[in-house]
Design a protein around this ligand. Structure first.
Ligand code: XIL
Length: 380
């Protein structure tokens, strides 16, 4: 039988949603999640079929033929993203030497199972070898164009969507804003590298859908800067098809913030597509300083996940997916990982146990998985 809450706290709360848990306060705990039946076969992808693909970011181990993870992915999801192995440092660790092996295995897995692939990512200020930034802007341009043309050509007809540029928008105003002051910006001598990247991707595969991918679009400041960048690209005829909203959020966010991000794109740009590209819901609510310099982060709760937090997370997943159905422009929603133990949020922004995804550390479906697939399921 399902575990029942062991304690009920007498604390009425009162802290802001972004404060770390108060010491000395015991939230209601359950030692493990409620016992749940298996998720029906195909539940996640079929719940949204015809509306949007549902994807997961994967590690190479999660596509190994015969593994439990690969079976779960093929059964439940309709889209795949490589969490790391299609980033420039993985595909081209040294100049001109491509290393497509692992990415090909993942893409072959997706194709064999009738899944879409989101290529992530052709250009980023991280996970990119230094040689990309060496030389004159003209040399940087030629190298970038060659890299993107070669990679997109290699995966032509197997990768339907590309995050052409990732995180090129500034977090604040001033300086180079609305563009991020990055290694790319400096090497190219300005934001032109964004044009170069989109044009090279389009030249290589005219059928692939090309995205700008960005985080924090659920907040107005970052969103407005991103929209300005998109507007400028469109005005100058740069080939861009859609906006990727990473959507790394936490359990205290209102679903409306996510809908605002989608609506803003719809309002300004009829014809552009929306993708949610990296959805996860951290159970920690942190102040901004945690993400800037790792200070003030909520304390690690270890394996004592408060039942109320788990329910709040499942409810937010449900609210999000219900709302997503009301946006015809939204064609893909991807989770940033498969199971809680594999999530990057166990080590970022600080190392602590996190529970951000739909499947637990045993690969079993969490309440959140039932919340988004069964409208009659009462969240426990
Ligand atoms: C992360 C991966 O999940 C980690 O394994 C890796 O160490 C760093 O990158 N935004 C993105 C993703 O666009 O590429 C990042 O992925 C998470 C944040």
């Amino acid at each position: 039988m399902a575990a029942l809450p062991l304690f009920v706290t007498g604390c009425g709360g009162g802290g802001s949603s972004s404060s770390p848990p108060q010491t000395g306060v015991t939230p209601p705990l359950v030692p493990a999640g409620p016992s749940l039946p298996p998720l029906p076969s195909g539940a996640i992808r079929t719940a949204y079929a015809g509306q949007f693909a549902v994807g997961a970011a994967l590690k190479p181990s999660e596509v190994i033929s015969g593994s439990e993870a690969a079976a779960l992915v093929a059964d439940q999801f309709s889209s795949v993203t490589a969490e790391n192995i299609m980033k420039p440092e993985a595909l081209a660790p040294t100049p001109g030497n491509y290393n497509f092996g692992q990415a090909d295995e993942m893409v072959d897995f997706a194709v064999a199972n009738g899944m879409e692939v989101r290529g992530h990512t052709l250009l980023w200020h991280r996970a990119t070898p230094d040689y990309f930034f060496e030389g004159t802007p003209a040399e940087v341009r030629a190298r970038l164009e060659t890299y993107i043309f070669d990679v997109v050509t290699h995966f032509k007809d197997r990768v339907q969507h590309w995050d052409v540029v990732n995180e090129v928008v500034a977090d604040g105003g001033g300086g180079t804003a609305p563009y991020r002051d990055s290694n790319w910006y400096r090497a190219a001598g300005g934001p032109n590298y964004i044009d170069w990247a989109f044009n090279a991707a389009r030249a290589a595969d005219p059928n692939a859908k090309l995205f700008i991918n960005e985080y924090s679009t659920e907040f107005a400041g970052k969103r407005d800067r991103m929209l300005g960048v998109v507007q400028d690209l469109l005005a100058r005829g740069i080939p861009i098809d859609g906006v990727g909203h990473q959507m790394h959020i936490n359990r205290t966010l209102s679903a409306q913030n996510a809908f605002d991000a989608l609506q803003a794109v719809d309002n300004l740009f009829a014809g552009l597509v929306n993708h949610i590209t990296e959805l996860d819901i951290s159970i920690y609510s942190d102040p901004g300083s945690c993400f800037v310099n790792g200070t003030g982060c909520a304390d690690d709760i270890g394996d004592a996940l408060p039942a109320s937090w788990r329910r709040q997370q499942a409810q937010l997943y449900r609210d999000l997916f219900n709302g997503f159905l009301t946006f015809p422009s939204l064609l893909s929603v991807s989770l940033w990982g498969l199971t809680d133990d594999g999530s990057w949020l166990n080590t970022w922004p600080v190392t602590r146990t996190n529970y951000p995804l739909l499947f637990d550390r045993d690969g079993a479906p969490k309440p959140a998985a039932f919340a988004i697939t069964d409208p009659t399921y009462e969240i426990q």
